[in-house]
Design a binder for this molecule. Sequence first.
Ligand SMILES: [Zn+2]
Length: 180
Amino acid sequence: MQIFSETHPSNVFSYCPKCGSGKLLFDGVKVLSCNDCGFNFYINPAPAVAVILVYPDGKIVLTRRKHDPMKGTYDLPGGFVEINERIEDAVVRETFEELHVKVTGMNYLGSFPNEYVYKGISYFTCDLAFVCPVPDGTELHPSDDVSEAIKIKPKDIDYRQISFLSIRNILQLYISRLGD
Ligand SMILES: [Zn+2]
């Protein structure tokens, strides 16, 4: 049987969000069911995007997180996909919001599940990673939830300073495909 973290919704939510009953039962997989009104609350992952911006010299962009969770660590530009938004549009929107960079092309790298703890509750994401080339001289203007942006050679990345497991996995897959 799977072990769930203390911050998993089944360990945090005590009452039915529809009727307020305390008889909320977890099925051990992904559903909290109310024994009084029958409401089912599904705990499903949310799609999020992570963007590797690549300069012609091979350097990529890391952003420093301005807020918790993992405030001060390095991350990739990106964030949650919004309701009714296309994944590709989320890539463009998040990159512009965080760095004022307009993405013009993207290549899908892969998907990376993550558990993201915010204010004591886990949010499960499936991070979709994209590689986006940017032209030489593209300026980075950190804003939104980013305090700083750096350009770095992939081999110089210190993984101890990277925010989340999914982001480390994305960077490692990207680097493994560079060869050499
Ligand atoms: Zn209920």
